[in-house]
Write a protein that binds this ligand. Structure first.
Ligand SMILES: [Zn+2]
Length: 338
């Protein structure tokens, strides 16, 4: 007779994963993990002690709670392992990130104009950067490859080549998907990231995992609108891509008040349906702005008032955000295996 739906070992690994999720958001005490995750205190203590002896977690300074005993906080040991990040396309670089997915060293990647030379050049650059930073290959947990959708085939070639050369797990994601995972890590539930610019791009993460699929660019917001190459009419991208903004007489900067209102109105038409479908907890808009996207985020917040509990955030589209997100998915995958 079966005594439980899941074997005990599965329940333990599920609890380990839940604990990692909590500690990775921010340093946290054992009792707060227990309260927030609904895992009994003795299990949290046993599992976190095991993680500490493994070297993945550490205890850091106590905080003053104002009353009673001050609990010790647990944190990830960032240099327990490293991930290699490779970006090909808009930004070309190889970097090494710690287990908090912060890039600690970065090197430019130059493969000339010949994509066929990219896998070999990337392999050499990874060898160089590991040797220069004195990081042994055995401390590397995997390789994250960032490449746009239109270069996916090249991405798969690079993945196979690197897996063979280094014997590490590798994965390919788009820059937009990686920005979404990196910025959705503090959220349980669904997050959507919308990237503004020449092309309107989007990615969805559910509980930190990338949902592979379509793009909000072709979400129809007007069934009587202009015909789109995708077969639909009135697609969102036909209103808020840079080209569409210019065509409609708007500045492409979200710092411009009229542009911010216009984009917010169009995004809202699509997001209200997506919110209902995916029960979004976090909407991240990304682009370039000197004011942290404040006008656009405020205009969107006003329109989404009826949808309580949705967090809105702006992420600056920059080399730095690309560098610090390239390893986010491979690091997430690593913690899922622990
Ligand atoms: Zn379309």
């Amino acid at each position: 007779m079966r005594s439980a739906v899941y074997p005990l070992s599965n329940a333990r690994s599920d609890n380990r994963l839940i604990i990692f999720k909590h500690v990775r958001k921010a340093p946290i005490s054992r009792s707060d993990i227990s309260k927030s995750a609904g895992i009994c205190k003795s299990s949290v203590t046993a599992l976190t002690n095991q993680m500490i002896s493994q070297g993945l977690l550490t205890e850091i300074g106590a905080v003053d709670t104002g009353v009673g005993r001050r609990p010790v906080l647990l944190d990830i040991v960032a240099d327990y392992g490293y991930a290699v990040g490779v970006s090909v396309g808009r930004d070309n670089f190889v970097c090494i990130s710690d287990l908090k997915a912060n890039a600690i060293v970065c090197s430019d990647l130059d493969y000339g104009d010949e994509p066929s030379k990219a896998p070999q050049k990337i392999k050499e650059t990874i060898e160089e950067i590991l040797s220069l930073s004195n990081i042994p290959l055995k401390k590397c947990i995997g390789i994250g490859i960032s490449i746009s959708e239109c270069l996916r085939e090249l991405g798969e070639n690079i993945k196979q080549e690197l897996e063979r050369a280094f014997g590490l797990p590798a994965r390919v994601d788009t820059p937009t998907e990686l920005l979404c995972t990196a910025n959705a890590s503090s959220c349980d539930g669904s997050s959507i990231l919308i990237s503004l610019g020449d092309e309107l791009l989007s990615a969805v993460c559910i509980d930190g995992k990338i949902l592979k699929g379509g793009n909000i660019e072709h979400f129809s917001i007007d069934c009587n609108g202009d015909a789109c190459a995708c077969g639909s009419r009135g697609c969102l991208g036909g209103y808020v891509s840079d080209e569409a903004l210019r065509k409609n007489g708007y500045s492409t900067s979200p710092d411009n008040a009229d542009t911010a209102e216009y984009i917010a109105e169009k995004l809202y038409c699509a997001l209200i349906s997506v919110c209902n479908l995916l029960a979004l907890k976090r909407i991240i808009v990304c682009g370039t702005s000197e004011e942290n996207g404040e006008k656009l985020i405020n205009a969107l917040r006003e329109r989404l008032q009826s949808k309580a509990g949705i967090e809105l955030a702006w992420v600056e589209l920059s080399f730095e955000t690309a560098r610090n997100s390239v390893c986010s998915a491979i690091v997430n995958e690593y913690f899922e295996r622990q």
